[in-house]
Design a protein around this ligand. Structure first.
Ligand code: FES
Length: 154
């Protein structure tokens, strides 16, 4: 059976990143899941890069767009040449709540990324789990840049 047109339409979405300024974040929906998109500042990128791998609880990049089991470096959490853009599935890997950190006034937690108030999981500016009960980094969805400022998710 072939999926009908509406199912195919939901399978992938295109997002224009051009209006999202440095330091801003947007959330879009893809297959019923919130997708967090943050246009990271230089400081956020530097902080993510400086973290030694040995400090990471989850060493896996959790990114289907890179090699399986690739380490969770900042580079492996983003697309090549597109470091400022962090694109992730916004679902806490503990019990599936939606972490805070997208809105300007949100508590972003001790690591400046995302904070899940349900049980206190804290993610850094590459979306990697740093503290609290969540076992895995926030997952990256399958996506690709289709132009300098557009991505296709799914
Ligand atoms: S669901 Fe996020 S900390 Fe429990």
């Amino acid at each position: 059976m072939n999926p009908d047109a509406s199912a195919q339409a939901l399978a992938s979405i295109e997002v224009d990143l051009a209006p999202v300024e440095v330091g801003q974040a947007i959330t879009v929906m893809w297959r019923g899941k919130p997708i967090f998109i943050r246009h990271r500042t230089d400081k956020e990128i530097e902080e993510a890069k400086e973290v030694p791998m040995s400090e990471l609880r989850d060493q896996d990049a959790r990114n289907p767009n890179v090699d399986a089991n690739a380490p969770a470096t900042d580079a492996n959490r983003t697309a090549e040449g597109k470091e400022p853009w962090l694109i992730m599935i916004g679902i806490c890997t503990h019990l599936g709540c939606i972490p805070k950190g997208q809105a300007p006034g949100d508590n972003k937690g001790e690591y400046g990324g995302w904070f899940c108030p349900c049980h206190g999981s804290q993610y850094d500016t590459a979306g990697r789990i740093r503290k609290g009960p969540a076992p895995e980094n926030l997952w990256i969805p399958p996506y690709e840049f289709t132009s300098d400022t557009k991505i296709k998710i799914g």
